[in-house]
Design a protein around this ligand. Structure first.
Ligand code: FMN
Length: 280
């Protein structure tokens, strides 16, 4: 449960940009608006029942055609977690990723068509549909929805999480390390643990709603009106957090132009195809 007042949460989420004034403050909405990624954890383990609660929340998410095409590999063995942290760290400019090392558990969310493939074959069928891009996308979407539900459950229990797309930097090696069967793939990881209050993170601002919300028809170019306000909110956030000063638009351009941003993910299609997916 959030310790913040409603207006404070909106202030942190939007800064001095225009804010919605008709939010329906349910406890769930409050938990969601309190979200911030956590990258600093206390060394203690997860409280009893944490993973089971997170997975029950994850399984309660909608999933495409009720096919249950995702799995979770919870890495709790410190040696394996360290081995994964080292493998991933070798793909990025820093030599360590402390939040993977500090978190008591690293959750690997898997888009998983392997059960569908096996069951279909056992029943004498030819799983042709699984070869299409849409099947891959469906399982990937479902894994993300499951993970987001799990993250909200964790946050509602006072835990912190950070999603880890960086896991895809070494998708092939990671799949081998955790014994993934063909037709399955780690979409992203998630570090989970008790946030360290002495190194707390803040709520990161989002753009004013008209930048992302369109009624009935998409209004191209509308977002431009809201850029300056968002830049101001981002500048204040980065200054307060002692982060290197860069604009949001610089970050967007870097992510779109600099191949170092990909960190190995430029080979992803090849790895995914090697894992059995045809992406037709
Ligand atoms: C799919 C996905 C992958 C992400 N991958 C990483 C990552 O590899 N490393 C990291 O530090 N943060 C990662 N993040 C966290 C984002 O950087 C973070 O959500 C964003 O900056 C907004 O900040 P907030 O979550 O604190 O609101 C990821 C988030 C998502 C949704």
């Amino acid at each position: 449960m959030s310790l913040y007042k409603d207006e404070e949460l909106l202030q942190q989420r939007y800064g001095s940009q225009q804010k919605p004034d008709n939010i329906q403050w349910t406890p769930e909405v409050k938990t969601m608006l309190t979200h911030r990624s956590v990258r600093t954890f206390l060394p203690e383990g997860l409280p009893e029942g944490t993973l089971e609660t997170m997975v029950a929340a994850a399984q309660s998410a909608s999933n495409s055609s009720a096919l249950n095409q995702w799995s979770l590999v919870a890495v709790t063995k410190p040696e394996l977690k360290q081995q994964i942290a080292d493998t991933i760290a070798a793909t990025v400019p820093t030599d360590r990723i402390p939040w993977i090392e500090e978190a008591p558990a690293l959750l690997l969310w898997v888009a998983d068509l392997s059960r569908s493939e096996e069951i279909t074959k056992q029943h004498g069928g030819d799983p042709v549909v699984l070869d299409y891009l849409d099947s891959f996308l469906m399982a990937s979407i479902d894994s993300a929805l499951a993970a987001q539900n799990a993250s909200l459950a964790a946050e509602s229990m006072g835990l912190g999480i950070v999603f880890l797309g960086v896991m895809r930097n070494a998708a092939k090696e990671l799949a081998e390390m955790i014994n993934l069967p063909p037709y399955s793939f780690v979409t992203f990881g998630m570090a989970v643990g008790k946030p360290d209050p002495s190194r707390a993170s803040s709520i990161r601002p989002r753009p004013a709603q008209p930048m992302v919300l369109h009624y009935n028809k998409y209004d191209p170019g509308e977002y431009v009106k809201y850029l300056d306000g968002y830049e101001e909110a981002i500048l204040n956030f980065r200054t307060e957090q002692g982060m290197k000063i860069k604009t949001w638009q610089e970050a967007v351009c870097f992510a779109a132009t600099d191949m170092s941003y990909m960190g190995g993910r430029e080979k992803l299609r090849q790895t995914i195809e090697q894992r059995g997916f045809k992406l037709l």
